[in-house]
Design a protein around this ligand. Sequence first.
Ligand SMILES: Nc1ncnc2c1ncn2[C@@H]1O[C@H](COP(=O)(O)OP(=O)(O)OP(=O)(O)O)[C@@H](O)[C@H]1O
Ligand SMILES: [Mg+2]
Length: 461
Amino acid sequence: MVISFGETFNKVQECFQEPAILSQLTPNLQSVTIIRDVYGKIRLYLEPVKGSPPKEADITNLETCLSQKLGSYYGKDIWLPQGEQDGYKALIKVITEERVPAEWDDDTVSPRWYLLERHVAKQAWTNKNSGNTPWKQELVDQGHKPAIVAFFSFKGGVGRTTALVATSLILARHGHRVAIVDLDLEAPGLSTIFLSDTLDNVGVTDYLLEKKIQKSDWRLQNYLLSINAQAILGDFGETLRLLPAGAVDRNYLEKLARLDFQNLVDNQVPDTLREMLRELESAARPLDFILLDARAGFHDIGGLAIADLSHAVVVFGTQSRQSWAGLTHVIRRLARPLVQEQLPVLLVHALAPALRDVGRVGVLKTFADQAYQIFQTNYYYESETVPNINDRDAPFTPVVLPLLDDLRGDIALFPRDESPEEASRLSGLVSAITSQPYQELAERLCRLFGRELDKKNGVGA
Ligand SMILES: Nc1ncnc2c1ncn2[C@@H]1O[C@H](COP(=O)(O)OP(=O)(O)OP(=O)(O)O)[C@@H](O)[C@H]1O
Ligand SMILES: [Mg+2]
């Protein structure tokens, strides 16, 4: 019998419904943790009820059932704590710290069910310090170091890159020093918004590969781009610094494939990204914000890292069931079950109905209500800590980014020729991209870090 990746959790549960296991083994168990390894294979960690260790025969029964139901997806391992002398003590500690309650877990029913996903990142096993940002939150709060903010969406094509560019322009126009980084390595797009010719751009992909080999001979400073056109930054805007994803040339796929592989082998990508951000900070010092354009999904390279690299995350959702299903996972991850504090989040209602749309109010309300519910159950640990539903700055209170006609289609923030029509197109585009909804996003982001949008008046000045 052949089963698929997506069925394995159900199969484990089915085994626990087998009459012999249900009556003999289950009553002796406090919890069942399903551990899914990088290949998708399943192992179990069982915690017995104190003083009643399960019988050998019952475990054998379970093993037989798992072998039958999971086939080659069974990792042939069931772990039980062995008491004080346990050689696996460290591992078990990691398991109990890093697992999360399974979706079907009911905390009023024994045994409890937990999941531990061992993703591409081996780090999930060894690095308990999730939230290991390149520099500490205190330094950001005191204004000594830039805030690293990841822009994250579960689905693509929701206007994430556009919103990141808009935020960076608005911040820069108000006197903040901003660097933007394209971490969407599979589908880079940031530099094409600013530059007509992006063929020779060196960027993140190159950093990740070259740094390993060339060490300090390879300097990020030499590749950091500066955007300072008056047409987009106004007369007083600060220069924007841009680190592209890398030149999408004929070597690009080869480079990406190597990165995926490297990460599998030694999981150094999160660390290297951390070093990259440090190097960026020192090359472009002083900076107020570093905005990361992060690709959707945590399974991706760096995806997991992003949640650990940033001081805050801007999460994009749209009003659809599919988007909410994915976002729920994202929000759960940002709740950082392993760390005391949740990662600060700013929720964006992306591609929201335009102002003129009939029914707009209803859609906004549905989104906001759903956001409240999902944050309540997946982001906060205790109901007392959930902010008031009317709190304008709460993580679940969305910034609404409506569909704007001027932003449809190709966004080019540079003059494509010398004509007056082109100049007027550009100025129209800059007006749209710096309009009120995006301004609100920039303001909320500043408030998240106790800063004023207008830097000249602000504490960060
Ligand atoms: N507020 C908006 N109103 C209308 N169109 C928009 C808006 N924001 C972005 N767009 C358009 O939607 C498309 C996708 O935008 P963008 O590239 O910013 O999305 P993305 O989420 O970064 O996508 P990807 O996942 O492909 O990186 C672009 O053509 C852009 O011009
Ligand atoms: Mg994009």
